[in-house]
Design a protein around this ligand. Structure first.
Ligand code: SF4
Length: 285
């Protein structure tokens, strides 16, 4: 392991601040948790990571799994005060949060800065307003443009999370989304192809015949094109495909999941082929 490797300490706040459930979202499977932790539990997590970390790279606390800036303000401040303490005493180099594009305002930006947050990941998912509406996101592409521009001009590092294959999405709309994201020039991108998890609205849509996930084969193909666009634009894609963890595989119903999704995409880009022809997409009814 490289001594310069970064440490990102994840503090999961499943569905924290989320006023609605996006059709695809199953934070329990993805984060392995059910409720946002008490601040003292978050501090315990941070201490546990720091006590075993021997690397020399940058160290961050990351509040993931919900809409951080839509949490009750008092709760946000408690988390942020705890995190800022670590930055002020030099044990942590920065704080990152993930949130929705419609939960960013000038006022929010001001207190995020005050509490030493330096990276904001936005759940962009798509830049097609039709896809966003059919996916129950409750925000439009204009919110993403506003939030990204405001955060970037205020000195934050901005990351975009992009989810190809949502209801109403097409290859062409996903490529358009990639181009719109490139125009906004985030510091990095994560790509998570849409999957169907048990008990989500997307699962019900799938059972009713109103949604068909993309196949693994076509998703690898599209993501290869998308990755090519980001490489050309020199925007790092720091993650492709969900990490196999928590109850993910148990709760997955169907969709283009593969534990080595990125390798399949890169292999496709290099050779024009991949092993996807011999790998069946997950489909458990
Ligand atoms: S805003 Fe994010 S965490 Fe909340 S329901 Fe939607 S995808 Fe899930």
């Amino acid at each position: 392991m490289s001594r310069r490797k970064q440490l990102v300490i994840p503090v999961f706040i499943p569905f924290g601040g989320c006023a609605n459930r996006c059709v695809f979202c199953d934070q329990e499977s993805i984060t392995g948790g059910k409720n946002p932790p008490e601040v003292r539990d978050a501090v315990e997590t941070i201490e546990a990571y720091l006590s075993t970390w021997r690397g020399a790279g940058r160290k961050e606390i990351a509040f993931y799994g919900g809409s951080f800036t839509a949490l009750d303000r008092g709760v946000q401040i408690k988390y942020l005060e705890a995190a800022r303490g670590y930055v002020l005493d030099g044990r942590i180099d920065g704080v990152r949060i993930s949130t929705r594009p419609d939960c960013i305002s000038r006022e929010i930006v001001e207190y995020l800065k005050e509490y030493k947050v330096d990276t904001v990941e936005l759940g962009v998912q798509s830049m097609s307003d039709t896809v966003l509406r059919l996916s129950g996101r409750g925000h439009g592409s204009r919110d993403t443009v506003f939030a990204t521009t405001l955060l970037e001009s205020s000195g934050f590092k901005v990351g975009h999370q992009f989810m190809p294959g949502l209801p109403g999405d097409t290859v062409s709309l996903s490529l358009d989304t990639a181009m719109e994201i490139i125009r906004l020039a985030p510091a990095f991108v994560r790509i998570y192809p849409a999957l169907v998890f048990k008990g989500t609205a997307l699962h019900r849509m799938y059972l009713a015949g109103d949604y068909s996930p993309w196949t693994l084969e076509e998703t690898v193909e599209v993501c290869g094109k998308i990755l090519g666009l980001f490489i050309e634009a020199r925007i790092p894609v720091i993650r492709m495909g969900l990490h196999a963890s928590g109850g993910l595989e148990d709760n997955l119903v169907c969709g283009p999941y593969h534990p080595s999704f990125r390798s399949l995409v890169e292999e496709r880009m290099l050779n024009g082929t991949s092993k996807t022809r011999s790998v069946r997409p997950v489909a458990r009814g």
